[in-house]
Ligand binder design. Structure first.
Ligand code: TMP
Length: 255
């Protein structure tokens, strides 16, 4: 196993140096966290499932013309992606009320919004990723206005596309969180790429017939059955990895 330098060790993923200066490797861990990492567990095989699910969805999103950081899946836990400068804003797109909006605004869980709702959160763990608005983003120069408009447009297009894709496998896309990064070309110009991952860790998915939750709320709400639900999502997408791939073995790491 080759030794790779860690660039960033996150809650659910580790980012390693890539084979070239404009690439990095995303390693999907089995760690599950909630409430800003107050709650933590290891769920064997979660990283393998999320790598496969995100690989599948990122490829599909690329195919509809939205640029992503994704290059290729390297093995059961790793993806090669373009190195980007992450914009410190999380974009949440909501179709149905669940999670923080239910608590914050007292909206009944399950209420269907008349049109998709976009929210912005500052990526800052120390502050608990607070809700922010467009003026904050522009004023504090977390992105330019043009970038913000492009990211919002991408968010809505991704939502339209994923809603249809999940509907086809009898899942409702309740909401999801995405992140973007700037990819710099040699001439110093940058383009926006969809970054991070799209998996049941950062989407809410409910079964169309039963409303059963099939996402990380199973862990957040201590309902159990997270791995089985993620397997079911992968299975419905037609990408369930072979049994032997559920290894929790870690590669040799150097800091
Ligand atoms: P929320 O209802 O807790 O604000 O979450 C909205 C969506 O964003 C939900 O699909 C889960 C996802 N999300 C993340 O991926 N990471 C986070 O840190 C948070 C707070 C939410």
């Amino acid at each position: 196993m080759s030794k790779k330098k860690i660039l960033y060790d996150g809650k659910a993923k580790t980012i390693f140096e890539g084979p070239t200066s404009d690439t990095v490797i995303q390693y999907f861990k089995d760690d599950a966290t909630a409430n800003n990492a107050e709650k933590h567990s290891i769920i064997n095989g979660k990283g393998v499932l999320n790598n496969s699910i995100s690989d599948y969805l990122m490829k599909k999103i690329n195919e509809i013309g939205i640029p992503t950081h994704y290059i290729k899946k390297l093995n059961m836990r790793e993806q090669l992606v373009r190195k980007v400068e992450i914009i410190p804003v999380e974009f949440v797109v909501r179709n149905i009320a669940a999670g923080s909006i239910v608590k914050r605004l007292g909206i009944k869980e399950g209420s269907v919004f008349s049109r998709p709702l976009i929210e912005h959160y500052l990526k800052k763990d120390e502050l608990g990723d607070p809700l922010i608005n467009e003026d904050h983003i522009i004023n504090f120069e977390w992105s330019t206005r043009d970038e913000l408009e492009e990211m919002q447009e991408f968010g809505l297009r991704i939502n339209d596309f994923l809603r249809g894709l999940f509907y086809g496998i009898s899942l409702k896309l309740v909401d999801f969180k995405i992140e973007f990064g700037r990819y710099y070309s040699e001439d110093g110009n940058s383009i926006l790429l969809l970054a991070d991952e799209i998996s049941p860790d950062n989407c809410r998915l409910w079964d169309i017939n039963t409303n059963k939750k099939m996402d990380k709320d199973l862990f957040r709400q201590e309902l159990g059955g997270l791995k089985e639900a993620y397997q079911e999502v992968a299975n419905r997408l037609g990408i369930l990895p072979e049994k032997k791939k559920y290894s929790s073995a870690k590669p040799e790491l150097v800091k």
